[in-house]
Design a protein around this ligand. Sequence first.
Ligand SMILES: Nc1ncnc2c1ncn2[C@@H]1O[C@H](COP(=O)(O)OP(=O)(O)O)[C@@H](O)[C@H]1O
Ligand SMILES: CSC[C@H]1O[C@H](OP(=O)(O)O)[C@H](O)[C@@H]1O
Length: 400
Amino acid sequence: MTLNHSNFELLSNETAITLAKKLGLVKTDATLKCREIGDGNLNYVFHITDTATKKGIIIKQAVPYAKVLGESWPLTLKRAAIEANALIHFKSYCPEFVPQVYYSDEQLAITIMEDLSHLKIARTGLIDGDKFPLLSKHIGEYVAKTAFYTSDLHLEPSAKKEVARNFTNPELCKITEVFVFTDPFFEELPGDYEVELTDAAKSIWNDQEVILEVAKLKQSFETEQEALLHGDLHTGSIFASDTETKIIDPEFAFYGPVGFDLGQYTANLLFQAVTRNPAGKEEIFTHLQEFWDTFEETYTSLWNTQNKSPFRQVNGYLSYVLTKFRKDAYGFAGCELIRRTIGLSHVADLNVIEDKETRIAAKTTTLKIGAFLIKKREELDVPAVIEALKQHTLPTYSTL
Ligand SMILES: Nc1ncnc2c1ncn2[C@@H]1O[C@H](COP(=O)(O)OP(=O)(O)O)[C@@H](O)[C@H]1O
Ligand SMILES: CSC[C@H]1O[C@H](OP(=O)(O)O)[C@H](O)[C@@H]1O
């Protein structure tokens, strides 16, 4: 369906409050404050709070272009409906890990949802040294459940295809195809890196083995329809505390290879593993192990109890599936490490390092680890990745 942009109007703090009142989501006689708090690349986020009760709601609004790139990169407003539908879908499988959607409007491109301001964005928390003891177990459980319940193992194949049709998301997938899988791997295509990283970047561009493996990974992203993915599962898309975890921002949701969600989260933990001092690294290694253990345990348990495939008990089938997820995941993680280092969309984990020499050393490491994961993905597990990280990391650390 094509959306009619003539009905679209970007909210202001004032019109956001008016809308919330009109929808009965806040008391009409309350004293309300509204602030635009969006710090992501694509959308606006309005935070409305009742000054007496301190209770809040969030209104997220898409604009007909990518906010960070401006009107030169038109982008479908349909992403707001995809996000709202994905939140509702994922919440049905993992209620504890997904915010409540109160209202959505496809023409206005808005999603009104639960205010999670009592939590902290996981990326910010990890940079600050927060421990988030349950975070990676929760994410492992979330990925296992969403991957299993939306796959052909649980849904009737025709029902799955219908869901997949509703989550066809070509424009957002294109962003990933360009920003994650293409531009960072060719010298002549757009990129963003410090001049001191040129040699390290060239060693990626000139490594034909890396380029061939990235071509295969991109093909897998473009063609496989294993499960409904979040599609952008980095630590900036996760709210956390010591006890709670909520996954937000699934506007990139589509049917794709499960390893993509696994790999995005893995890579974003690895940014921390690279930049931290030895004690801090150990905390991240624990996160990595807990993430993968919980994912595999939860997926295995779902397989054993709820798998509708007639092949479910065939010896070696589960192990084949888990091994495929793992190989894909490390390859995708490698692409994410490289694109966040020399591509157009960076991560604070690396960019907050003030000392230039330390920052360049950290970025050189993420490029090397990225290439390593892409090339060696068939042979890896968490201990092997930790070992590689210890060998490749240059001995300079951020202040943590
Ligand atoms: N439900 C929420 N509760 C509180 N803050 C939120 C919520 N959703 C988004 N935010 C804030 O808005 C920021 C941007 O949201 P996000 O969904 O990541 O936007 P984008 O799609 O532009 O990346 C988040 O980093 C967070 O600070
Ligand atoms: C021009 S979009 C680049 C980048 O931004 C998205 O992240 P987010 O919406 O969470 O800020 C996504 O990772 C895209 O690849």
